[in-house]
Design a protein around this ligand. Structure first.
Ligand code: SF4
Length: 251
């Protein structure tokens, strides 16, 4: 179980201000910010145009986008629009443009593939079996991610070790299994540190985080978590699985 279960919100009502509930500046955070900026700077120098931030638009990725923009790093920002995202999630794309003057490249699934999949398996295929859920993720996420990463030598993620047991070993810099480097510059940050950064630097965030959704994916596959539940328990909550869609699983 992640540390999130012991946080203040556990005794709070069903909605709340995420900053008020979670933000705690730690004695280590200044050093962690400096180290994350240095990792991003080094990556920009090493990879040049081959580097992209693959943003889920979740709070960790918004912090990284803020670090990139604040330090004027020449790093492209991209996201996946699966066709099943909440309006609140998509609303962050124009907010990034307004706030930072940075365009977010949006990668969508191939329309014909989505139509064929839904026609064959149904709009609710993800609830029928893990195989069909992964097939849906394959069409809506993995294929567009492959296009996003085509020609790139490295990608930046907002993975953190605290997010789940499956992510406890996330490295700052690792092989993604497909010949690229996968960089997770805030892998060692805690949930409370992420929100402390958001508060200090007024980072735009998804309002759904204020409804106890620490991890936000597609609308049909995300729910709020309850007291004591794991950080990613609200993702594919009906499954007994590692709660991963395949984006961060080595082939
Ligand atoms: S998260 Fe759900 S809706 Fe989104 S691609 Fe995966 S199965 Fe489909």
């Amino acid at each position: 179980m992640s540390a999130v279960s012991s946080l203040a919100w556990a005794n709070s009502p069903a909605t709340g201000n995420a900053i008020a509930l979670y933000a705690r500046w730690s004695p280590q955070l200044d050093a962690k910010i400096a180290a994350a900026v240095q990792r991003l700077r080094d990556a920009a120098i090493s990879h040049g145009d081959g580097l992209v931030q693959s943003s889920s638009l979740g709070v960790e990725d918004m912090v990284i986008t803020d670090l990139i923009a604040r330090h004027q790093l020449p790093i492209d920002i991209a996201t996946l629009d699966t066709g099943k995202l909440h309006a609140e999630t998509l609303g962050l794309i124009p907010r990034i443009a307004e706030r930072y003057g940075r365009e977010v490249a949006v990668f969508q699934p191939v329309n014909e593939q989505v139509i064929q999949f839904v026609r064959r398996e149904g709009e609710d295929a993800m609830f029928k079996s893990i195989e069909l859920r992964k097939a849906c993720c394959g069409v809506r996420k993995l294929e567009p991610l492959a296009r996003m990463l085509k020609g790139r030598s490295a990608w930046i993620t907002g993975l953190r070790r605290e997010q789940s047991g499956a992510r406890a070993e996330v490295a700052f810099d690792e092989d993604d299994g497909q010949g690229r480097r996968k960089l997770s510059p805030i892998a060692d940050w805690t949930w409370t540190e992420v929100w402390a950064y958001v508060e200090r630097f007024e980072v735009p965030t998804n309002p759904l985080h204020d409804q106890f959704m620490p991890s936000i994916g597609c609308a049909p596959c995300t729910r709020a978590i309850a007291v004591g539940e794991d950080f990613r328990a609200g993702r594919w909550w009906w499954e007994e699985s590692t709660k991963e869609c395949g984006l961060h699983v080595k082939p």
